[in-house]
Unconditional design. Structure first.
Lengths: 417, 774
């Protein structure tokens, strides 16, 4: 009740104080006829405050988000479920969700009130055009009486996180070469060793050739088993993203890191679709979440995209090279670079050396600088070419798919050379 | 928003404002007799202004064009109404000015309601009304500040109250309040609609439609209005009691004290002084205490009335019971009432203010009473009433005019000095008195004749500034009575003259000095000021004692005592006939006047302070009854429900259990089988007995609901088990909650109490669920 009194609106306070003043004045001057006017003015806010405060803390909130991870530019639906666990009808509820500015204006919803035990579902869409992780909530709830005399605030502290993955541009073109390579669990096996134990078998499925039935295993297990004649091989690709702050210019959504991240994401998605298992390596090294995974294509790229969604620049001066020490070699390496200088030559050479195929996209970071600086892509391209990379530059106005097509088209000649 | 919807919003808002303002105008009725001729124009002005406002805002006219248009149209309307010409010309404008001037003059000259013969105040009302309507429309419509328009409404209603003190009819208040709250609701509705997206779709609510905000508003508004209507009955209508509690003493500066040592001498000084000082306050449950006596002047010496030399025995202390009333027959109906008196420090009197008849007093030992005069005198000159608090029991006598009319001479029952008339004035006064009372056959009627002569027929005039004193009391008295030179004076002269003339016609008399009529400052609290001081004669009639008369003209004392207004036969020209001829007593000597005859008082007291007090008391009692009734109602309903269910078997018991849980603040798990519900309930139970009892109840319920042939077992008395469970549940909650469950059971207002039985039977489809819980 005290809270409710404290939350009287200006209108409510004016009415209350005016009413009390009128009552006192009318009594002091003996004008009893005015007393009831004052009483009405004073009592109405008090009654409203009582009415608003009576069902407090009985309204609960659940928030759900479908989906929790969306690509930039795609809407996600937030579902609010408000339930009144109290025994009385609640006051009119004004809901205001606190969302980051990039998700648009804060959604505002009005609920005429919840009867006891009732629940109410409210949906609204959020859409972000920039990658990142956004906290939705907390929800501010204001209870209002019908006359606008009291507004009692309450906050539901629960929040939900929306992850917005970077813009992904559909790329076209054949994979830019690559290597069938494997390691670890997926190490290729010598198949024809003659031992039955070495035969990889699987359950019989409809349509399998009867001649492939592995009778010995079938006898042992009591089920029809067939030989597996094909061995799973992985086509692996490494996407290296240079996120050193020295390599990029500009700030926030307007920095050159964003097109670089978008390019890396697009390439990763494209390669995954093409059947590659893709891992992401940044200047800070390889992170656990973005190591090679052996899942289905879309599932496999999701952690990578999430990692890209959260990627920030790092302040290291030289890229981490420990991951290069792995024994395994070969495969496709796609480098997404910012401004490349001669100082990076050693690293680039080492990276190129390790890869079977190495192509690079270099974002013209200088074009994103504030104030705009002259293009530095020529220097970057020169360094990359000097260290053996096939590289194209990506300027502010250029389309990623076009650049990618250039790299793809370039491939046969380079492969042959 | 569609254009029509916008128009509807504007029109509704304007209509609500119009209704509020018109209800406010209704309170102006007491301002002028011819208000009815002005009212239609006020209505027209309101409709025109509000209608223009609504249309203009719908058409999105900017406020700076809309308001001048409204002002112009209303100006023309008022002008037409006042002067009768449609378009202003030079003459009509000057006529308009003259009408306004006349209205202002009338308003200044006459008190409300302004009579017909005066220039009509209509133009003034129209101008004021137009201004009020324009401001209201500006606030509500153009500026969207409906709450502020409450101030305008308050102003409208305050005008007649301040001018006339008249209270408007309660329904105008209800209408205005409803319209004003409606405005607030309407505007807040718009604000909310503009604030965010409404979740209006019925599909996403469960269960049932959302509550209606308007219904809530109606509930809140009616509660407020009812409180506002009832509160003034309970609240004191004057803060006097509070404000004066500190005894700040109005004129606190030195020299503003009121001193009464020689009552008659001090009387006039106190009456003519500029300041109306508060002197004493009396609290009593009796009617308004009038004629509170300070002192009695019983001797007429040297043309002046004096208290005489009193020698009072030390045992006549003003503490405890007083002797029986002097000369009053025991058969005379009397009522005793307690009075408590507070004297302000400014009032220094060596005489104690009391009513004329006192049966008991507690004023301390420094005060003594005179057994013949029954006034109270300070023991020494240092003692005064200043700042005193004391109480006494006053006696109100219900005099019977008929028996006074029949009373014999009282001269022998009183000391000689009560009949003493100085030789110097005796011949003249006797001649005059005989002349005045020639038509009156009895002493009482002679007294009435004298009173009437002073008040009406004698041509006397009340004036506080009498002719200059001739330096001699006797000469002054004769000058006052002389038709040519005098007959102008104030209460002192009237009282003195009537008293001495009564002596010349054989009625023992004396003069009392005191206070005439108090002001009500709080319920049952009355206050006397210096200007209330008064003097009046008391005449002695055997059987009735010392009876008060009022010779001072109506300008000062509007009312004469009731017993002097009763027509006696033969009708004397002394008094105006009373409108209630209740007396039929014949003053013929043969008739023995029945003194115990019921004396029906006129039931309709014109100055209905008493009846008002009764109304108020009745109102308070009614409110109290209502409150007590409301407080008890839930419990009664609950008990009734409980006893009804006792006869409904196991389902009734189950309902009872549900209500019990609701009362105790536990949620009832809906949509579960009895056994699952029982598992939930068991969590709130303590004690194996109660849990076993609950199990038995549930088993019986399951059998009743689901068994193919119910009731094969031995008849099961559920009442004892239910009581056991109830006891366990009660002991599981805080005492506060349990008390609330007893007095304010929530289940009484719970909506699902009736239908739950059927619903649960439909819903409990998992009856085969394994028994869980204890």
């Amino acid at each position: 009740m005290l809270d409710a009194l404290r939350s009287l609106t200006t209108r409510g306070l004016a009415l209350l104080s005016g009413g009390i003043a009128t009552v006192i004045a009318s009594m002091a001057t003996g004008q009893a006829a005015l007393t009831r006017i004052g009483v009405l003015a004073a009592v109405t806010p008090l009654l409203a405050a009582w009415w608003v405060a009576r069902g407090r803390d009985r309204v609960t909130l659940e928030r759900a988000l479908f989906p929790r991870v969306v690509p930039a530019g795609t809407p996600s639906t937030v579902r609010l479920v408000l339930r009144n666990h109290g025994r009385s009808t609640s006051a009119a509820l004004l809901l205001e969700e606190q969302v980051p500015a990039v998700l648009g204006p804060p959604p505002r919803l009005v609920l005429d009130g919840l009867t006891a035990g009732a629940s109410r579902v409210a949906d609204y869409d959020v859409r972000a055009d920039v990658r990142g992780q956004f906290v939705i909530g907390p929800l501010a709830l204001r209870r209002s009486d019908p006359f606008g005399l009291v507004e009692l605030g309450q906050t539901f502290p629960t929040t939900t996180t929306l992850t917005v993955t970077p813009w992904v541009v559909p790329l076209a073109g054949q994979p830019t070469g690559g290597a069938w390579t494997g390691s670890g669990d997926n190490r290729p096996r010598a198949f024809a060793t003659g031992s039955a134990e070495d035969v990889t078998v699987r359950d019989y499925r409809r349509g399998d050739d009867l001649r492939r039935v592995h009778w010995r295993s079938s006898a042992r297990t009591g089920e029809l088993m067939v030989r597996r004649e094909e061995q799973p091989w992985q086509s692996r690709a490494t996407v290296f993203l240079d996120n050193r702050s020295t390599a990029h210019r500009g700030h926030g959504a307007a920095s050159s890191l964003e097109p670089a991240v978008s390019a890396a994401a697009s390439v990763a998605v494209h390669l995954t679709r093409q059947g590659y298992t893709v891992r992401l390596v940044t200047a800070a090294g390889e992170s656990h979440e973005t190591q090679w995974h052996s899942h289905a294509a879309d599932a496999g790229v999701a952690p990578l995209l999430q990692a890209l969604a959260l990627l920030r620049t790092t302040s290291v001066r030289l890229p981490d090279t420990r991951w290069l020490a792995e024994p395994e070699r070969g495969g496709l390496t796609v480098g997404v670079f910012g401004a490349v200088t001669d100082a990076d030559a050693a690293f680039l050479r080492r990276l190129h050396h390790r890869a079977a195929t190495a192509v690079a996209l270099t974002v013209d970071a200088h074009a994103w600088a504030q104030p705009p600086a002259p293009s530095g892509s020529a220097e970057s391209l020169r360094t990359l070419h000097d260290t053996g990379w096939r590289a194209v530059a990506l300027g502010p106005g250029e389309r990623l798919d076009a650049s990618w097509r250039t790299l793809s088209a370039d491939q046969p000649t380079r492969m042959r050379s | 928003m569609a254009a029509w919807a916008l128009l509807v919003r504007q029109v509704v808002s304007a209509a609500l404002a119009a209704v509020a303002v018109l209800a406010g105008f209704q309170t102006w009725r007491p301002l002028a007799v011819d208000f009815a001729t002005t009212a239609p124009t006020l209505v027209a002005i309101t409709v025109v202004v509000m209608g223009l406002g609504a249309l203009g805002r719908w058409g999105r006219w900017p406020g700076w064009t809309l308001v001048p248009v409204q002002v112009g149209v209303v100006g023309l309307l008022v002008h037409h109404e006042v002067t009768g010409t449609a378009w202003p010309t030079t003459e009509s404008v000057s006529a308009f000015g003259a009408a306004i001037e006349g209205a202002v003059t009338s308003a200044r000259t006459y008190t409300a309601p302004v009579p017909l013969e005066a220039d009509s105040v209509g133009p003034l009302l129209l101008l004021g009304g137009a201004g009020v309507v324009l401001v209201t429309d500006l606030l509500v419509g153009t500026l969207r500040r409906p709450a502020t328009s409450g101030l305008v409404l308050l102003a409208i209603c305050a005008v007649p109250v301040i001018i006339t003190g008249a209270d408007a009819a309660w329904w105008t208040f209800v209408v205005a309040a409803a319209a004003f709250l409606g405005l607030l609701l309407w505007q807040h509705d718009e604000r909310i609609a503009a604030w965010g997206r409404p979740l209006g779709a019925a599909g996403d609510t469960f269960p049932g439609p959302p509550p209606r905000r308007a219904l809530t508003a109606v509930g809140l508004a009616s509660a407020s209005v009812v409180v506002a209507l009832v509160a003034p009955i309970v609240l004191p209508d004057h803060l006097g009691a509070v404000r004066l509690g500190g005894r700040d003493g109005g004129g606190g500066e030195a020299g503003s004290d009121v001193e009464v040592v020689n009552p008659m001498v001090d009387l006039r000084r106190d009456l003519v002084r500029g300041q109306d000082l508060r002197l004493l306050r009396i609290t009593t449950r009796a009617e308004q205490p009038t004629y509170v006596r300070l002192a009695v002047l019983n001797q007429f010496v040297g043309g002046r009335w004096t208290p005489g030399d009193r020698t009072i025995p030390a045992d006549q202390v003003a503490s405890g019971e007083m002797p029986a009333l002097d000369g009053v027959s025991l058969t005379l109906p009397r009522t005793e009432s307690d009075y408590s008196v507070t004297v302000w420090p400014d009032f220094r009197s060596t005489w104690l203010p009391t009513t004329a008849h006192v049966s008991e007093i507690e004023a301390g030992t420094e005060w003594r009473y005179d057994v013949t005069t029954r006034d109270f005198i300070a023991v020494d000159d240092d003692t005064s009433t200043a700042g005193m608090d004391y109480r006494f029991t006053g006696v109100h006598l219900d005099y019977d005019s008929a028996s006074m009319d029949l009373a014999p001479s009282g001269a022998s029952e009183v000391p000689d000095f009560y009949t003493d008339v100085p030789e110097a004035v005796r011949p003249d006064l006797t001649a005059l008195a005989t002349d005045v009372t020639a038509d009156a056959p009895t002493r009482f009627q002679k007294a009435l004749a004298l009173q009437d002569w002073f008040r009406h027929s004698g041509g006397f005039r009340y004036d506080l500034t009498p002719a200059a004193s001739l330096g001699d009391g006797t000469a002054d008295l004769m000058a006052f009575l002389d038709e040519e030179t005098g007959r102008v004076g104030y209460c002192e002269q009237f009282a003195a003259s009537m008293a001495i003339m009564a002596r010349t016609v054989g009625i023992p008399s004396r003069v009392a000095v005191g206070f005439l009529e108090p002001t009500r400052v709080a319920p049952r609290t009355w206050e006397f000021t210096a200007w209330d001081m008064h003097a009046w004669p008391e005449l002695y009639f055997p059987g009735s004692g010392w009876v008060r008369f009022e010779p001072t003209p109506g300008a000062r004392a509007p009312q004469t005592p009731d017993y002097t207004n009763v027509p006696l036969t033969p009708p004397t020209p002394t008094t105006s006939p009373s409108p209630t001829p209740t007396r039929s007593a014949q003053p013929t000597p043969e008739t023995t006047a029945p003194t115990d005859e019921s004396t029906p008082e006129p039931a309709t007291d014109p100055d209905s302070d008493a009846s008002f007090a009764w109304w108020r008391a009745g109102g308070v009692a009614l409110v109290l009854l209502l409150v007590v009734g409301l407080a008890l109602l839930p419990r009664l309903v609950r008990n009734r429900r409980r006893s009804r269910r006792a006869g409904e078997g196991i389902e009734g018991a189950w309902q009872e259990l549900r209500d019990l849980l609701t009362d105790l603040g536990h949620p009832w798990p809906t949509g579960r089988s009895p056994r699952r519900t029982g598992a939930v309930i068991a969590e709130w139970l303590s004690g194996a007995d109660a849990e076993a009892a609950l199990d038995r109840i549930i088993a019986a319920l399951e059998q009743h609901r689901y068994a193919r042939t119910p009731g094969t077992d031995a008849p099961y008395d559920v009442t004892a088990d239910l009581a056991l469970v109830a006891e366990a549940l009660r002991s599981g909650v805080e005492a506060e909650v349990a008390r609330r469950a007893t007095w304010w059971p929530r289940s009484v207002v719970s909506p699902s109490a009736v239908s739950s039985g059927i619903r649960s039977r439909v819903r409990d489809d998992d009856a085969s669920a394994p028994p869980s819980g204890p």
